[in-house]
Design a protein around this ligand. Structure first.
Ligand code: NAP
Ligand code: MG
Length: 412
């Protein structure tokens, strides 16, 4: 059959955000080989690569976030967050903030990281047979702290001064006789509720149980507030959770860690900011490879932005620029596209679009399971691959499998 005449039509435009370096190279190849020949989709394109952020004084990032608010679903390529070296390299007016941070702030969203599982790469933890998704609250706690060193004897107090002019209230933190350190942290009910709502929206979208864990036995006000607000938000969506056949459960953080190590997976673990920072790295390395980790930003009102969890793979890009062949894993980038297409299809009520996304995911997984992998996986799969595919070779192998599936009308 001719793909040109039988492409699957996507009803609503998708927000496309291109990015930088090696992932930009992969982005164009993925579109050319795996998306455009099969899918007729209108892409509302925002180019977030650094020269365009420089040209628009970063307005393009803001516009991309607004487009996701308007259209509901976006797919993003990895982008450089410029530091001093990048400002020099690209001759920038200033070090623009992280595009992910800007988009997350506008959508008030939460990031969920989910590993892709393949049969020939066993997780480090024997019991893990389904993905464990980490949702990390991204506001406050130790990431917005006030701290100081105490070098002489004295009293540290926590003082709240009402803006309305009432009497200030003070709490003794510690009476210092010896040198030490002290910190103050905070969070906001509004942010905690948004986080809980985004977690519930994700769990309902993926049909997985949701855990939230904290240490309310020790922190009876701060951590307990998270627990209480999370429970309230879960109760507000009880009917939806019941209908989807999924559950919300609260655990003490140490209990959640212990359970995770003997659980089969297949749940969302909602984490406070610091726990999420730590646990997402633990879970990611436990599942094997950065090239197999996907990421989605979900807003409390159900807008979705899909991307790979890894960065722009700078080292490979410099090889590419020298004209050398590369072996960069495009799996997570492809899954960003399939996640976005499947969500678009679900929202539009177009099952053929969802089906195509699942066929493409199956084509990727079968390619990896056949031992056709890039260098990052070649040495860690069982059995090891004798030879690694190039970036293009890996995509061509997937495209061949995908064409067969689409032609045969095979589901995932
Ligand atoms: P990175 O791009 O994630 O890459 C770090 C290393 O991990 C690579 O050098 C490579 O190891 C390996 N790797 C990552 N993804 C891979 C893939 N798809 N296939 C094969 N190997 C892969 O992190 P980085 O080099 O520290 O950061 C580069 C830029 O990315 C930075 O400017 C940073 O700001 C940006 N960044 C963006 C995002 C985002 O947009 N979401 C996230 C993180 C970082 P080997 O070199 O050993 O092969
Ligand atoms: Mg971390």
């Amino acid at each position: 059959m001719s793909p040109a005449t039988s492409r699957i039509r996507v009803r609503t435009p998708l927000v496309e955000m291109d990015g930088d370096e090696m992932t930009r190279v992969l982005w164009a190849l993925v579109k050319e080989k795996l998306i455009e020949p099969f899918v007729d989709v209108t892409l509302e394109r925002y180019d977030l690569f650094l020269p365009e952020r420089e040209r628009t004084d970063d307005q393009v990032t803001v516009e991309a976030a607004r487009a996701i608010q308007r259209l509901g679903v976006g797919v993003k390529c990895a982008t450089i967050t410029p530091d001093g070296a990048r400002v020099k390299e690209y001759g920038l007016k200033r070090a623009y903030p992280s595009p992910n941070g800007t988009i997350r702030a506008i959508l008030d969203g939460t990031v969920f990281r989910k590993p892709i599982l393949v049969r020939n790469l066993a997780p480090m933890v024997r019991s893990w047979s389904k993905p464990i998704t980490i949702g990390r609250h991204a506001y406050g706690d130790v990431y917005k702290l006030a701290e100081t060193a105490i070098t002489e004897p004295g009293r540290v107090e926590l003082t709240f001064t009402p803006a309305g002019g009432g009497a200030p209230r003070s709490l003794l933190v510690h009476e210092f006789k010896d040198p030490g350190v002290v910190m103050g942290i905070h969070n906001l009910d509004k942010s905690i509720r948004s986080f809980a709502r985004a977690c519930l929206a994700y769990a309902l979208s993926e049909k997985v149980d949701v855990w939230f864990a904290a240490k309310d036995t020790i922190s009876k006000i701060y951590h307990a507030r998270f627990k209480d607000l999370f429970r309230e938000e879960a109760e507000a969506r009880k009917a939806d959770l019941d209908k989807a056949g999924i559950h919300y459960e609260y655990f003490l953080i140490d209990d959640a860690v212990a359970r995770t190590m003997r659980h089969e997976g297949g749940f969302l673990w909602a984490c406070m900011n610091y726990d999420g920072d730590v646990m997402s790295d633990m879970v990611a390395s436990g599942f094997g490879s950065l090239g197999l980790m996907t990421s989605v930003l979900v807003s409390p009102d159900g807008k979705f932005e899909y991307e790979a969890a890894h960065g722009t793979v700078q080292r490979h890009y410099y090889q590419h620029k020298e004209g050398k062949p590369t072996s960069t894993n495009s799996t997570a980038t492809i899954f960003a596209w399939t996640g976005a297409l499947a969500k678009r299809g679900e929202l539009d009520g177009t099952p053929d679009v969802v089906r195509f996304a699942r066929q493409l995911e199956a084509a990727v997984i079968e390619t990896i399971e056949a031992g056709l992998v890039t260098k990052d996986l070649a040495g860690i799969i069982e059995p090891k691959a004798a030879q690694a595919q190039t970036s293009e070779g890996f995509l061509d192998a997937i495209a061949a499998r995908l064409s067969e599936k689409v032609a045969a009308g095979v589901g995932a």
